[in-house]
Design a protein around this ligand. Structure first.
Ligand SMILES: CC(=O)SCCNC(=O)CCNC(=O)[C@H](O)C(C)(C)COP(=O)(O)OP(=O)(O)OC[C@H]1O[C@@H](n2cnc3c(N)ncnc32)[C@H](O)[C@@H]1OP(=O)(O)O
Ligand SMILES: O=C([O-])CC(=O)C(=O)O
Length: 382
């Protein structure tokens, strides 16, 4: 097909509503408001599985049996540490760097130092995926701690993924309730079909580039506030309104003003779900557990007031970032760390898609319709 069409072409701005390929990794169904990972409802996985089991499922296509899980956990635990070189390069970045830039750089450094980077066999790609999965908690925790002038906390191989993540972030043995809520958030964030960052990863993979490059690009796409950056932005909204006495009334006034000035309200709306995000009830439940655990009913009041007002004014429902933001805040993460937490989870989905793309590749290269000036010619000089 020619780049410039003669009949008026149909443009699918933002590729909205356009299926571009098959995937067996997950199914997002807005009609039934459901999300399946490899066929399993995400709510069932969140209720019965650990994040490690879900990661295994996304990569291997089946839940692990006990022997497979034990071997997988051993492999992940052995890879949790950070090389001196990665820490050194992180240390050279300014403390003002956004943590997403730090995470993106750290992944780049790991890729640049891995002799297996050019090997795009399924086995090598799975190795790289597990390596990044194991190291991301160290990277994210290291950066949060360095911004607070705290030392790196070495990983512990006697703890599961989420308990160790919290241990490395805060240097204290985490409470079971917090570990469970955090683990649920990791499971819910893990995978969501052809979202912008996953699609970015697939585009990069489609050129036969390497897995680390695809992940680095995906991190860049996730950073934006219309995508993963929204969990951070939700907390800025809460800070702007201010929890505490009168918070609910302030939320309504804040929303009216924000809508009047045509602001997008972060944590609300979704490209695919138009009637609510399938993951929100499960994440809200975890957030409410954290509200009880840390005794912060004021935060829940603010959450409910803004959600209600947004429903009344615009009939737009929250997405996963809306309950995840305050949940991470209550757990003690600083706001800038929220989107890197999303990276630590989505590394599983991204890499499952990278491997799927590589296994049945076609270069992703859509068409554009030229809308610039008509052909013209450089005037003769002299
Ligand atoms: C994990 C995730 O990545 S989930 C998404 C996280 N992102 C956010 O929370 C950012 C806020 N939300 C948004 O900007 C949007 O809802 C998106 C980008 C997620 C989806 O956008 P799209 O599918 O392109 O929908 P679109 O932007 O066309 O919205 C349709 C209408 O609803 C309005 N709308 C949608 N979301 C919002 C919102 N959060 N605040 C205010 N208005 C909104 C739009 O302004 C538009 O109104 P109009 O028809 O009067 O112009
Ligand atoms: O699917 C999307 O467009 C965004 C999203 O919810 C996700 O990536 O989890």
């Amino acid at each position: 097909m020619a780049e410039q069409e003669t009949t008026a072409p149909v443009i699918f701005k933002g590729l909205a509503g356009v299926p571009v390929d098959y995937t067996a990794v997950s199914k997002v169904n807005p009609e039934t408001n459901s999300l399946l990972y490899r066929g399993y409802p995400v709510q069932e996985l969140a209720a019965s599985c650990t994040f490690e089991e879900v990661a295994y499922l996304l990569w291997y296509g089946e839940l692990p049996d006990d022997t497979q899980l034990a071997a997988f956990e051993d492999r992940e635990r052995a890879l949790r540490g950070l090389d001196h070189e990665v820490k050194r390069i992180i240390d050279e970045l300014p403390l003002t760097a956004h943590p997403m830039d730090v995470v993106r750089t750290a992944v780049s450094v790991i890729g640049a130092s891995d002799p297996a980077t050019p090997d795009d066999s399924p086995e090598a790609n799975l190795d790289k995926a597990i390596r990044l999965f194991a190291k991301l908690p160290s990277i994210v925790a290291y950066d949060q701690r360095r911004r607070h002038e705290l030392e790196f906390v070495e990983p512990r191989d006697d703890l599961g993924y989420s308990a160790n993540f919290l241990w490395q972030a805060f240097g204290e043995a985490p409470e079971l309730e917090v570990v469970t809520a955090f683990d649920v958030s990791m499971i819910l964030y893990a995978e969501h079909s052809f979202n912008a960052s996953t699609f970015t990863a697939r585009v990069i993979t489609s050129t036969l580039s390497d897995l680390y490059s695809a992940v680095t690009g995906a991190i860049g796409a996730l950073k934006g506030p219309l995508h993963g950056g929204a969990n951070e932005a939700v907390m800025h909204t809460f800070d702007e309104i201010g929890a505490g006495p009168g918070g609910a009334e302030r939320a309504v006034a804040w929303l009216d003003e924000a809508l009047a000035s045509k602001r997008k309200i972060m944590g609300f709306g979704h490209r695919v779900y138009k009637n609510g995000d399938s993951r929100v009830p499960t994440m809200r439940d975890s957030m409410e557990r954290m509200v009880e655990h840390y005794d912060r009913p004021d935060l829940l009041e603010l959450y409910v007031a803004l959600e209600q007002a947004m429903g009344e004014r615009k009939n737009i429902k929250p997405n996963l970032d809306y309950p995840a933001g305050p949940a991470y805040h209550l757990m003690g993460f600083d706001t800038l760390t929220f989107t890197p937490l999303f990276v630590a989870s989505r590394i599983t989905g991204w890499t499952a898609h990278i491997m799927e793309q590589a296994a049945a590749n076609a270069l992703i290269r859509p068409l554009s319709v030229y809308s610039g000036v008509d052909e013209r010619h450089v005037p003769a000089k002299g």
